[in-house]
Every structure is written in C-alpha cells, then in structure tokens.
Design a protein around this ligand. Sequence first.
Ligand code: CA
Length: 230
Amino acid sequence: MSKILIIEDENAIAELEKDYLELSDFEVEIETDGEIGLEKALKNDYDLFILDLMLPGVDGFEICKQIRENKNTPVIIVSAKKDDIDKIRGLGLGADDYMTKPFSPSELVARVKAHLSRYERLVASNSVVKNDIIEIRGLKIDKTARRVYVDGEEKILTTKEFDLLTFLAQNPNHVYTKEELFREIWDMNSIGDIATVTVHIKKIREKIEFDTSNPQYIETIWGVGYRFKI
Ligand code: CA
C-alpha cells in the first residue's frame, strides 16, 4: 500500500485530501507543522508528498527543496496562491505537480495515482539497469543480488555453486577442464581437488535443471570438462 504524507496546516483541507486518498486505498498521514513535516519527510519512507506552501515553522518552498536534495519521491504542491506556484516553478525546486486551491479532490487523487505509477516505473527501470543480469533460456542470474531464478522461481545456491554457474554462463560455449574450473573458482589454498568441481556441477544441475540426465545448461564434454550451452 502506498504511503502518502500530507503537510498542510489547514485541517479541513488536509482531512478532505486524506478522506479521498483513503477511499482509493492509500495510507495517509497528516502533519500540520512545517518543521515536523520536513523532519518526517526526510526520516521516514513515503511514496509521495502533498505539500502546502504557507506553513508554520518551515515553509513549503524549503521543504520541497530539502526533499529534492535527498529523495526522488514525487511531490505535489497544493497552494492557495497561484503566484506561489509560479514562484516555486521559477525557483526550479523540482516539484512534480502543482494544484491551486480550491481543487477537486478526485482530480488530486487522479494525479497522485499518475505520479505514483510513473515513479514506480522509474524505480523499476533503474533497478534493471543497475543489476547485472545474465539471462539464458529461462535461467536468470542476478550477479548484483547474487540470486538465481529458473522460470521465475528462485533457486538457492551456495557461494561456490553460484560462482561456478556464473563463470560458466559468462563464458558460454567454451569448454573448461575441471582443473581450470577448480583454479578459477577455488583459491590456491582451498582444500579439495577436481572432484569438488564434479560434485558442485551435480548440485547445480539438481537445482537448475528440469532433467539432470539431460542437462539444458551445463553440458558434460566427456573426457574434457564442461561447457555452458548457448
Ligand atoms: Ca497553509
């Protein structure tokens, strides 16, 4: 459920906004003091802010500026004075939207929804860019989060299983001997030998293959080693 903070000193307006937003299943908090509102906005996690400009304590101009310096959360400014909205635009404080009072509450709700979905898409696309992901035929290796999924279902791999699978998947179609894989994944001081590689390949296959006797991902090249199929 999306959480919204309304910073507004006119109770009647704040309550009206809250009622309409709650009807649309949003979780809403009201803060009437600018200073406390700013503190809450910076300290807690909200999905969107609705901000009045003329407030006791710290005004909405300063709150907007400080939110923007710290967060990408959408900010909708609601002000009685059109001049103030022109001013905040002119100052380039980075608010996402502006409404003048009196406004239609359902229009506010519509805008809140639009900004939230735009923001969610933005966050989602950023995380795809940020995470380093290898995807091959239903197998997804998220190198950043060190997680593995097969057809969307997460598979829990140990550290070495993950490293071995990732190394092979990053170098598809290349045949590696067990010795090469052992040297690559285990450090010089590791206890173990090439049989360790065999054991780990078996475990990985049990986790990611539909049929371990007919592996789709890691292929055994008899007498040589292993190769990741592309
Ligand atoms: Ca006010």
